[in-house]
Design a protein around this ligand. Structure first.
Ligand SMILES: *Cc1c(COP(=O)(O)O)cnc(C)c1O
Length: 409
């Protein structure tokens, strides 16, 4: 057994957040100090300078998703964008209909506003997914009714990386005249996005998942064919076309645009490099260990994502065995709730396997050498924990665990 290198740290949790790229920070810095103006100050050069920086960022971010600058609303992040899209549409169109459609594997920033609408008298259909995390498009089509006002389906899932066929979903929504929102937080800068080609009416994204700063995001809101109207969540100075009052975070917005520019410039080479690292990690783990299950879709999956369940091992114990390595677990104790991952549950993964899942998510500065180190540490930790597991021992002796009558006490 090799000892973990003293104090060695490896970050493989890029789907939770990413570090700010130093080039992004350089672009932001002047806007904290000498260029500190309020973008809404119309009467002096400080304000004009800030406003120009925001306009410039708005134009570049719009271009990145095939939108018009006036269709971009800056927010504090994807949670706010999801809330503004869902609650904003529901409150604006409630006389037209009170039915919304979403998917069981959405982020809580989508599911929770949907729940609050249910308490408010709206009806929400939550579509299930198959073992790979895919929607059934016929089921989606069948769920749309005359009183359906919004469909919300994410572009790629943050836990399992499954990529939904957004353009096809957009087409189905368009046929029925239903507005379509997608949470593209995990794909902006990583997968191609074009709101026209994808038939998207509303789209959420943020900066901190793409090597930009935390606390800034955007909501794309279609202005033509159809013009999407929203009831704002907060009122005040009428910033952002009246949809999101509050003084703009100019350095954050500048950093967001710089981060997306960088990601787009390197998107295809980065995607290939990261997919190769991910495949190497997966290969290492599955060839050295038995009873390893890869969760999600083997094909339509984000390049950075590897979600695996190590049977007979508690995710929580495994995390402790991986000190110095940052990954996430679908196990209960890592999250605020006591449930193991609801996303894995929606896939039909049972409690035991959900509790034994680990999400590795790779990023810009991960190296092959880090992948090998993380693979080695993981393999050792899993083997060590399995040696202590009576269930594993029984399985190795060929006992069918499903057939055991457990003592009821
Ligand atoms: C991270 C994430 C969010 C939340 O974004 P914040 O900007 O941190 O509020 C929402 N949706 C998805 C899919 C995410 O990955």
């Amino acid at each position: 057994m090799t000892e973990p290198t003293e104090n060695r740290r490896v970050y493989m949790d890029h789907q939770a957040t990413t570090p700010v790229d130093p080039r992004v920070l350089d672009a932001m810095l002047p806007y904290f100090t000498e260029k500190f103006g309020n973008a809404a100050s119309r009467s002096h050069a400080w304000g004009w300078e800030a406003e120009k920086a925001v306009d410039d960022a708005r134009q570049r971010l719009a271009a990145a998703i095939g939108a018009k600058p006036r269709e971009i609303v800056f927010t504090s992040g994807s949670t706010e964008s999801d809330n503004l899209a869902i609650l904003g549409v529901a409150r604006m169109y409630r006389e037209r209909g009170r039915h919304l459609v979403t998917c069981a594997t959405e982020h809580k920033a989508v599911l929770d506003p949907m729940k609050s609408l249910e308490r408010d008298g709206f009806e929400v259909t939550v579509l299930g997914v198959d073992r790979r995390g895919r929607l059934d498009l016929d089921e989606l089509r069948a769920a749309l009714r005359d009183d359906t006002i919004l469909v919300s389906v994410m572009h790629a899932n943050n836990e399992i990386g499954t990529i939904h066929p957004i353009a096809e979903i957009g087409r189905i929504c368009k046929e029925k005249g239903v507005l379509f929102h997608t949470d593209a937080t995990q794909t902006l800068g990583k997968e191609p996005i074009d709101v026209e080609e994808m038939g998207v009416d509303l789209l959420s994204a943020n900066a901190h998942k793409v090597y930009g700063p935390k606390g800034v995001g955007l909501l794309y809101r279609r202005r033509r064919r159809p013009r999407v109207r929203l009831e704002p969540l907060q009122y005040g100075g009428g910033h952002e076309f009246g949809l999101r009052s509050g003084t703009l975070d100019v350095p954050g917005i500048v950093g967001f645009a710089a981060a997306v520019d960088l990601a787009l410039a390197e998107r295809e080479t980065e995607r290939a490099r990261i997919a190769a690292l991910r495949d190497r990690l997966q290969e290492r783990l599955t060839s050295a260990l038995t009873h390893v299950h890869v969760n999600g879709d083997p094909e339509a999956r984000l390049a950075c994502n590897l979600n695996v369940s190590f049977e007979f091992v508690e995710g929580e114990s495994l995390l402790m065995g991986l000190e110095g390595i940052a990954v996430s677990s679908g196990s209960a104790c890592t999250s605020a709730s006591l449930e193991p991952s609801y996303v894995l549950h929606a896939l039909g993964v049972g409690d035991a396997l959900a509790h034994s899942s680990i999400r590795f998510s790779l990023g810009r500065w991960n190296t092959e050498e880090e992948v090998d180190y993380v693979a080695e540490r993981t393999i050792e930790a899993v083997q060590r924990l399995r040696e202590l597991s009576p269930l594993y021992e029984m399985a190795m002796e060929g006992i069918d665990l499903e057939s055991i009558q457990w003592d009821a006490h």
